[in-house]
Design a binder for this molecule. Structure first.
Ligand code: NAP
Length: 246
């Protein structure tokens, strides 16, 4: 019997998450597509995965909400029966200089970008432990290692993602589960829409490869991290930023 693998990609209705979902489907995975609110876009992702000949289903759940995440994992178990890969990707950015940081936005960023990753990692590890096999990929950001004005909150959340990656890697290694992170630089998705054009031109000048990255390029790296090439790698942060952080 063929050993079909199942991946959950959070925030897979758009952007990097959608690209990861499609790439992993191309690699033979069935895909659980998580999203927050955009039903139409989530349906499109599912349809595109099905066109690739893989099984897919959409799960609307706010990853910041523990109960919603636990319910989602129960539904994923009913639909797919297993889980081999978690791509913790659902995240938000709301840039503000220190004195302009708003309490609601601060809480929301911490809840989604940090607590959401823990909620999903915890539920996924519980599933993976029984098989003594699994891979967790946390989508971090180059902002975790590079100071960008206005990104105090965002960079703090992504720094937390890097530290949790190392700690969880150590905790879960005896259970056969690897945990790694990928830290993209500027990737062309809707998340970059808020950046003014003149700022974008400045950023491009600072990137040695001279261009922004594509979501597809992040997805290729995530797929490599899910492949046997990364079986002996755990607790690492792979930076994919066109050289920006050098
Ligand atoms: P995006 O285009 O804004 O897409 C965000 C995705 O996350 C959407 O699918 C959205 O669902 C989902 N989402 C947001 N909050 C959620 C929640 N609470 N629960 C479940 N799903 C939620 O973002 P992106 O650019 O692809 O970014 C994806 C990840 O990459 C983030 O973690 C981000 O920090 C990281 N990253 C991005 C860049 C970049 O330049 N784009 C660079 C470095 C790191 P709905 O469609 O339903 O709203």
């Amino acid at each position: 019997m063929m050993d079909t693998k199942v991946a959950l990609v959070t925030g897979a209705s758009r952007g990097i998450g959608k690209a990861c979902a499609l790439k992993l489907a191309e690699c033979g995975y069935d895909i659980a597509v998580n999203y927050a609110s955009n039903d139409e876009k989530a349906r499109e992702t599912v349809a595109e995965i099905e066109k690739l000949g893989r099984k897919a289903a959409a799960f609307k759940a706010d990853t910041a909400d523990l109960k919603a995440v636990q319910d989602m994992f129960r539904e994923i178990q009913k639909t797919f029966g297993q889980l081999d890969v978690l791509v913790n990707n659902a995240g938000v950015v709301d840039d503000a200089f220190l004195l302009m940081i708003n309490e609601d936005s601060l809480s929301r960023s911490l809840d989604i970008n940090i607590k959401g990753y823990f909620h999903c990692a915890q539920a996924a590890a519980l599933k993976m432990m029984s098989k003594k096999r699994g891979k967790i990929i946390n989508v971090s950001s180059v902002s975790s290692i590079l100071a960008v004005e206005g990104q105090g909150v965002y960079s703090a959340t992504k720094g937390a993602v890097n530290s949790m990656t190392a700690t969880l890697a150590k905790e879960l290694a005896p259970r056969g589960i690897t945990v790694n992170a990928i830290a993209p630089g500027f990737i062309e998705t809707e998340m970059m829409d808020a950046i003014p054009e003149d700022k974008k031109a400045d950023y491009i000048k600072a990137i040695p490869l001279g261009r922004f990255g594509a979501a597809r390029e992040v997805a290729e790296a995530v797929a490599a991290m899910c492949s046997p090439a990364f079986d002996y790698v755990t607790g690492q942060v792979v930076v994919l930023d066109g050289g920006l952080s050098l």
